[in-house]
Design a protein around this ligand. Sequence first.
Ligand SMILES: [Fe+2]
Length: 138
Amino acid sequence: MAIITWKKIYETGIVALDNEHQGLISQINKLYEAIRDKHEEEGLEATLTMLESYTVNHFQHEEKLMAEYHYPGLADHQKSHQELIDAVQDLKQRASSGKDELARELLKLLRVWVLEHILDVDKKYGAFLESRGGRFIS
Ligand SMILES: [Fe+2]
């Protein structure tokens, strides 16, 4: 059972970015299942590894498109991305906290951040980019 199910309301309208968002939600669901099945440590490690590349590749992808199309909210959007990078970094440094606790904290962080970020910040660039570059810009 998934903790987050992809819904149409999450779509930004930019297909390539929506696909990447679905990848992150899929990882959040895997972390949820790992915690449910008492494999917290594996879930934590796998999610942190995924986030290492995701926060670089996906954030760069979004920011590149926003810059290319002169999206006026780019600076604020970058701040929101940095907040997640900082929060994950902070969590990684607290290795003294138990892995079970960190896994639960990461799940909570991602669940709240992702939904708020996609539904608020990402959807704002969606209509803008779609009107200028179309759904299939990459
Ligand atoms: Fe974003």
